[in-house]
Design a binder for this molecule. Structure first.
Ligand code: ADP
Ligand code: 5GP
Length: 192
């Protein structure tokens, strides 16, 4: 990518159920210059999710073909058999509008994107108060099967070890406190 086209990016990572989507959605409403990077995935849509809104839902074959074509800036098999990735075309789409990209990616993707974008990136790790609270939130959200929830919780301990690699850690215990902190950190980065 040519340097003159380089815009800013904000990277959010967290164990599933930490409240990352809640925080990201709040920030996007508050700051209109932020735009969510729509990832590609080969998992099925959940609840009300729509192709081209939360994700580009691709078949496993289509996803694999795009990996071979080098269409992704990064991708990970986040859960066994289920890959997620950021298409290079998505970055062009958002920067072309002069917007700041907001990534919601797993911890490995977050660390990779920070390496790629360096000073142009703000990376934020959303930390749950505890693993028990994480499980509780996933159960209460009611969008995943018991088996999926256990898979996600089992992964959380390993994911927490990545927290120090991020520019900022926001603990999401009391939601209003976490939202205020996120607004402050992101607001300062936008002005920079
Ligand atoms: P993630 O995107 O990290 O998987 P979500 O934003 O979907 O997490 O949050 C998981 C669930 O927990 C949702 O039902 C959400 O409403 C709820 N939640 C988010 N933050 C808090 C909080 N601080 N306290 C209690 N529940 C929360
Ligand atoms: P979910 O299935 O709950 O929507 O997301 C599962 C995990 O995949 C989350 O941790 C989410 O951040 C991650 N994820 C979503 N898109 C991407 C992506 O493009 N790249 C990477 N590396 N992870 C992603």
């Amino acid at each position: 990518m040519a340097p003159h086209r380089q815009g800013k990016v904000i990277i959010f990572s967290a164990p599933s159920g930490s409240g990352k989507s809640t925080i990201v959605n709040h920030l996007i409403k508050k700051y209109p210059q932020l735009e969510f990077s729509i990832s590609a995935t080969c998992r099925a849509p959940r609840g009300e999710e729509k192709h081209g809104k939360e994700y580009y839902f691709l078949s496993q074959e289509d996803f694999a073909q795009r990996v071979r074509n080098d269409e992704f800036i990064e991708w990970e098999e986040v859960y066994a058999g289920t890959s997620y990735g950021t298409l290079k075309s998505e970055i062009e789409r958002i920067w072309d509008k002069g917007h700041i990209i907001v990534f919601d990616v797993d911890v490995k993707g977050g660390v990779n994107l920070k390496k790629i974008f360096g000073e142009h990136a703000l990376s934020i790790f959303v930390m749950p108060p505890s693993i028990d609270e994480l499980r509780h939130r996933l159960v209460k959200r009611g969008t995943d099967s018991a088996e999926t929830i256990e898979k996600r919780v089992a992964k959380a301990a390993e994911e927490l070890e990545y927290a120090p690699k991020f520019d900022r850690i926001i603990v999401n215990d009391e939601l209003t406190v976490a939202l205020a902190e996120a607004e402050d950190v992101v607001g300062k980065f936008i002005e920079k």
